[in-house]
Each structure stands twice: as C-alpha cells, then as structure tokens.
Design a binder for this molecule. Structure first.
Ligand SMILES: Cc1cc2nc3c(=O)[nH]c(=O)nc-3n(C[C@H](O)[C@H](O)[C@H](O)COP(=O)(O)OP(=O)(O)OC[C@H]3O[C@@H](n4cnc5c(N)ncnc54)[C@H](O)[C@@H]3O)c2cc1C
Length: 416
C-alpha cells in the first residue's frame, strides 16, 4: 500500500478501515543468505539497502525486543553534517544527502525538518575553532555560516546575553541541519525492507554466534538456530556483549546518555541550539515539548536510565543559557546505552571471523548516521569491500594509530 495525502483523506472519510499492517510478522526460517542482528535504525537501514541496492532479499533482521525499541526511539533526533575530521566529514555529508531524499525514498513521513543548527561560541578561541570547522564543512560541500553576536541575538533573542559565565561571542549556523521523527525512521526502513522481502523477526534474541574454523555459520537465538554465511552485528549499546559471543573484545565502553522533554509549549525555539561549554543542546518537538540533553553520565553502565547528578548539571546549563526555561515543567526523562569508542568515531568493518561484520561505535551521534550507516554496511556485506565514505571506520585503527579524534579529547571513551 502506498501512503499519500489522498489515501489519508479517503481513509478518514470511510472510517480508517483500509489500513493494513506496515510489515509482516514472519516465523524465522532455518537459513538466510544474510542475518542482521539488531532491529534499530542501523540494522533496519542495512537490511533495506541490502535489498534495494544489492538485490539481496533472503535476509532476516533479528531483534530481541520490538523494532525501534532501542536508541533509535530514545534519541533527541538531531540530524547534521558538521563534522571536521576526514573520514567523519564525508560520511556524515553522505548521510545528510540521504536524509534529504528519505521521505520520498521510503514513502514514509519521517518528519525531516531542516530548521538549522546553531553552535554557540563563548571565547575567541572557540570562535576560531568553529571557523575552521565551518571551512571544513564548506570544503566537503555542505553549508556553514559564521555568525556574529548580533546575528545570534536576532535569531535567538531568548538566550541570556547578559550572563557573564559563558558570554556568547557568536556561533556557527548549519542551515541544512535539523531534526526528524526518530521512531518513524525505524518504521519507514522496516516497512521498506519488508516490502522487498526481508523477514523482520521480533522477540528473537541472539544468544550465540556459530563459528567453525574461523568462518561464521549462523546464530543461536531464543527462537532456535538460524544458519547464514553472512552475519552483521548492528546492536549499538550491546555491541561489546554480542561481539563477545564471537570471542571478540571491541574497543568500546558502554555509557548512559539521558534526555528530557517538557510539557508542550507554543512555538518558541525554531532550530537546534548547541551550547558546548555547558554540555547542553535543545530543540522543540512538533508537539511543542522542549527536547534537551547534555553529557553522558560519568560511569559505564548497561542501565538505560540515568542518575540525578547529571539531571542537575543539565538543568543548570539550561538555566544559564535561557533562564525562561525555568517556567516550563519537565514532563519526563529517559536514558539510552551508548557504544563509545576511544576516538568518538564509528566502526563499519569486517571482523577476523570470515563472514562476520560489525557496525558499531555510534557514540551519541548515531541517529543522523542511520541512512549512511545502513548504506555502507550493506555495501560491505554485499561486496566484501568498504564503501568509499566509510573506508576510515576500520576496527584496527586503534592498533595502527589511524584514529579520528573528532573532539581532540584523547582516548577516554566517555569524553567523546
Ligand atoms: C538520549 C539520547 C540522545 C541522543 N541524541 C542523538 C541525536 O540528537 N542525534 C544523533 O545523531 N544521535 C543521537 N543519539 C544516538 C543514537 O540514538 C544512536 O547512536 C543510534 O540510535 C544507535 O543505532 P541504532 O538505532 O541501530 O540503535 P538501537 O535502536 O539501540 O538498535 C540496536 C538494536 O539491537 C537490539 N539488540 C541488542 N542485542 C541484541 C541481541 N543479542 N539479539 C537481537 N537484538 C539485539 C536492541 O534491542 C536494539 O533494538 C542519542 C542517544 C540517546 C540515548
């Protein structure tokens, strides 16, 4: 069934009885050509592009819970292509171009809104760094504008320009940046993959990876053994645990990241504002809630919920930047598990096990990456070669030293 405005109107007129399920609910087969472990944004996008770009349709996505129940449905939905380092820069640029055509591609309203992202500068040094980043973005073919204080004041008059702790000097505006509806991305890719014949198997936890003489044979699951010559591990915060099933130790630590949303308010913030000095960023959802977050909680954990010291830190930053937020009521908060690499950049690569591939290390920036990650992981699994925009996302870079330390914070996972 194609979705369209006309279909919404006719269904509305006739009692909404004509909608079918967006995807099937098949039982797992004994064997597939390829298995993707993980039904998050990246796993579903990988399956979709394997089918669409490479004609591989005898595929299963195995998800231990329900589709979109992981970080893809827990993030703050920011989409941007403003990375600085070679490697990240071309990859996120590719991803943003895929975002720009995603709704037409999937015939699904993912509510991609290019409302602009403004990163604030609070010192001369920071403004210089942003100028450098902006130049790198323009060289990559993306957009960037260095704004002075007056431009920031015109654009976001609700910021506190009188506060002296972190005075605002200007900012870097990325107009093609913005937001999208997070779980709709999972649903759109799921529906697209299903329509191409991919089996999406929910409530199916992978509990083991079968390997004989260094070659992958398939997986063990809570719904029985499933054979496949190619297996992709695309499990975000659970990457270390799933890789351990294949005897691998990944260069990843798992940390909690929290986010918050207020009650619905009238439109006030019509872009994304990033306040790096305070570890705070904010946007407003289509329902009116102010959606904001901050830094990681300061310890490694597999609990998808955070602790109060970080709540306090985020609220303090919010009040410093825009005291008017103190009038809003926070409706809820939540957390997700982040797979943090030592350089803050991801991994899309083969593993030492023949036929076993890994897509991981998305840190707290993997939502915007989902389209390109799926595109490149599908390319790798289908052809055995890295896609040109993901060539530097190698697993062995921490041994060879070819790291991409985007924020120049050193090798401590939780600082990225
Ligand atoms: C609070 C918060 C805010 C964020 N904000 C942003 C943002 O603004 N912009 C941005 O770009 N990114 C953001 N992120 C990061 C982004 O959400 C993640 O990097 C990205 O969603 C991870 O990829 P995924 O969607 O595939 O992960 P997930 O949705 O977590 O998918 C992994 C799936 O694997 C499944 N799985 C795990 N183990 C197994 C197993 N053994 N067997 C079968 N299935 C298994 C899980 O159940 C899960 O569904 C944020 C994250 C959080 C938590």
């Amino acid at each position: 069934m194609r979705y369209s405005g006309l279909k919404v109107i006719t269904e509305g007129l006739f009692g909404n009885k004509g909608w079918g399920p967006a995807w099937r609910n098949p039982a797992p087969k004994a064997e597939y050509d390829a298995i993707i472990i993980g039904g998050g944004g990246h796993g579903l996008a990988t399956a979709y592009y394997l089918a669409k770009n490479h004609g591989l349709t005898n595929i299963a996505v195995l998800e231990k819970g329900y589709l979109g129940g992981g970080n893809i449905g827990r993030n703050t939905t920011i989409v941007r292509a403003n990375y600085y380092m070679p490697g990240n820069s071309e990859f996120y640029s590719h991803s943003l171009k895929l975002w720009e055509g995603l709704e037409a591609e999937l015939n699904y309203n993912v509510m991609h809104s290019q409302r602009g992202q403004l990163i604030l500068a609070h010192s001369d040094g920071q403004r210089d760094t942003l100028a450098r980043r902006g130049n790198a973005m323009i060289n990559q073919g993306d957009d960037a504008e260095l704004w002075n204080l007056d431009q920031v004041k015109d654009f976001a008059p609700y910021l506190d320009f009188a506060q002296t702790r972190f005075p605002i000097y200007g900012g870097l505006m990325h107009k093609r940046g913005g937001t999208a509806r997070h779980d709709a991305v999972a649903w759109g890719y799921a529906r697209g993959a299903d329509r191409r014949g991919v089996d999406l198997i929910q409530n199916c936890e992978v509990t083991g990876i079968d390997i004989v003489n260094g070659v992958v044979q398939g997986v063990q699951t809570t719904r029985g053994a499933i054979r496949a010559k190619k297996v992709g591990m695309v499990v975000a915060g659970r990457s270390s645990q799933v890789a351990a099933m294949a005897g691998m130790r990944l260069p990843i630590e798992s940390h909690v990241l929290q986010a918050f949303v207020t009650e619905g308010l009238k439109p006030i913030i019509d872009s994304v504002i990033s306040f790096g000095m305070g570890h705070f960023y904010i946007s407003q959802s289509d329902k009116g809630g102010l959606v904001f977050g901050g830094d990681l909680d300061f310890y490694a954990s597999y609990a998808a919920r955070g602790n109060l010291p970080m709540v306090e830190h985020v609220m303090e930053a919010a009040m410093t930047l825009m005291p008017m937020i103190g009038r809003a009521k926070v409706l809820r908060s939540w957390g997700g598990i982040m797979d943090m690499t030592p350089d803050g950049s991801p991994i899309i690569d083969k593993t030492p096990v023949d036929g076993l591939f890994v897509d991981a290390g998305w840190n707290y920036g993997g939502f915007k990456a989902a389209p390109a990650s799926g595109w490149c992981m599908a390319h790798l699994m289908a052809t055995g070669d890295s896609h040109e925009v993901a060539r530097r996302f190698r697993l062995d870079r921490f041994r060879t030293g070819h790291v991409m330390d985007e924020e120049a914070t050193g090798s401590q996972h939780n600082l990225h």
